[in-house]
Design a protein around this ligand. Structure first.
Ligand SMILES: Nc1ncnc2c1ncn2[C@@H]1O[C@H](COP(=O)(O)OP(=O)(O)OP(=O)(O)O)[C@@H](O)[C@H]1O
Ligand SMILES: [Mg+2]
Length: 411
């Protein structure tokens, strides 16, 4: 567009006939230009108002915000998963390495109102325990029960062994028959370790059998095969959620309760037969006892396990029951010989190993002078008759041991 364009326009304006179409063309051009300007301004505004990119940037920012929140949530979940894995690893190691570690995984949480340590218990509570099986725990418990009964003590026997040997043995020697429809009478220990016996005390009352060799004033908390599964369930529940009820204190709470402590109707002595493992019941027994008696066969292998068992018991004691005292280690099934005769050389050597093991308890001279010899009369009465009554010699051996134990625990 140059001078030519304006000359031409001037010529057109001089020509009257072109005014009207020219006006139409010009007004159309102006209107179109204004419209374009308006719409352009509307969609592509300038200045401080919102820019077209603002909405895109805003959307992106919102997305970034969502991603950041999501990432921190994932990070939290990852931390939780790592903590869970670490806990599981610890649990796994504890199960593989040492059963007692398992029972130390959660901080002690005594039940509300439980402030008295177990060693203020009026009756002495003795747990007969050793992680080694077949060392004479049940035989010793049964013999001691008869010894204390003879001393006119009110005895409470607690069978915490899922094998139920003491239960069968004591019930048979008292001529008690439990019909199948009363099978619950054989599993009273379950109610003890889950704490329900606190509200409803149930024990089997023993009596003299036909041969007069029962325990007429004693009571028995029975156990049977159902205890294993029951204990495992309780343990797993506690491992999963230790913050709830602390299963380790259930038995202690009951034994410190009125049924056991009452001066008139309670007991003078409680004897607990433990299983050869650190089950829920065994832990409950170590937490609930005033004294520990460890029977062992005096051979090198059995003597070695005394040390490892005492190491475990010592660790548990520190954390859960500082009042627990080691009454002592007693030799069982020692070679038969006249009463009062010294042990042979192999047994003396095993005793050396036991004494080294006892150092785990950070004390010394806890081996009983009395021992229980391996005699046929005791073997033959197993499961039928109280070993105390199986022969005069058996009675004498349990008397000697009972006297020494009574002296040690001031009973
Ligand atoms: N002094 C003894 N003389 C002869 N036999 C005995 C003597 N003590 C125990 N026995 C026999 O040894 C076996 C194991 O005894 P007992 O059941 O008392 O051991 P335990 O430690 O309770 O076993 P578990 O760990 O399985 O509970 C039984 O057959 C029992 O009769
Ligand atoms: Mg036993």
């Amino acid at each position: 567009m140059g001078a030519g364009f304006f000359e031409r326009l001037f010529q057109l304006l001089q020509h009257e006939g072109s005014w009207i179409p020219l006006a139409v063309v010009l007004s159309t051009a102006i209107t179109t230009a204004l419209s374009i300007g308006f719409w352009f301004g509307r969609y592509f505004p300038k200045g401080n108002g919102p820019q077209p990119t603002d909405s895109i940037v805003g959307a992106l920012n919102a997305q970034i915000q969502v991603c950041t929140t999501h990432a921190s949530e994932l990070e939290e979940k990852l931390d939780e998963a790592l903590a869970r894995e670490a806990k599981n690893d610890k649990l796994h190691e504890a199960i593989l390495d040492d059963e007692s570690e398992l029972w130390r995984l959660h901080e002690p949480k005594p039940p509300a109102g439980y402030s008295i340590p177990i060693n203020v218990s009026r009756p002495k509570i003795i747990v007969i325990a050793n992680n080694k099986g077949g060392v004479g725990k049940t035989t010793l418990t049964a013999g001691l029960a008869a010894y204390f009964e003879k001393k006119k003590k009110r005895v409470l026997l607690i069978d915490l062994d899922y094998q139920g040997s003491l239960t069968n043995w004591m019930i048979r020697s008292a001529d008690i028959y439990i019909p199948p429809n009363q099978a619950y009478r054989l599993s009273l220990a379950n109610k003890l370790i889950d704490g329900t016996a606190k509200d409803h005390w149930q024990a089997e009352v023993l009596r003299n059998g036909q041969n007069g060799h029962g325990l007429a004033n004693a009571q028995l908390i029975t156990s049977d095969y159902t205890l294993t599964q029951f204990e495992t369930k309780l343990m797993l529940r506690w491992l999963r959620n230790g913050a709830e009820q602390d299963v380790r204190y259930n038995l202690a709470e009951i034994l410190l309760g009125p049924y056991v402590q009452d001066k008139m109707d309670g007991f003078d002595i409680v004897l607990i037969d433990a299983p050869p493992r650190l089950t829920t019941g065994a832990i409950g027994a170590l937490v609930a006892s005033t004294h520990l008696v460890v029977p062992t066969i005096l051979d090198p292998l059995s003597a070695e396990t005394v040390g490892s068992f005492l190491r475990q018991a010592w660790a548990l004691r520190g954390r859960l029951n500082p009042g627990l005292e080691l009454a002592g280690v007693v030799g069982t099934m020692t070679p038969a010989r006249p009463l009062g005769q010294d042990l042979g050389v192999p047994e003396q050597a095993a005793l050396g190993i036991v004494n080294r093991g006892i150092r785990e308890w950070q004390a010394s001279t806890h081996v009983f002078n009395a021992d229980i010899q391996d005699i046929a009369a005791i073997k033959n009465c197993a499961g039928r008759e109280n070993p105390y009554f199986s022969s005069g010699k058996a009675g004498d051996m349990f008397d000697a041991f009972g006297d020494e134990l009574g002296g040690r625990i001031s009973l």
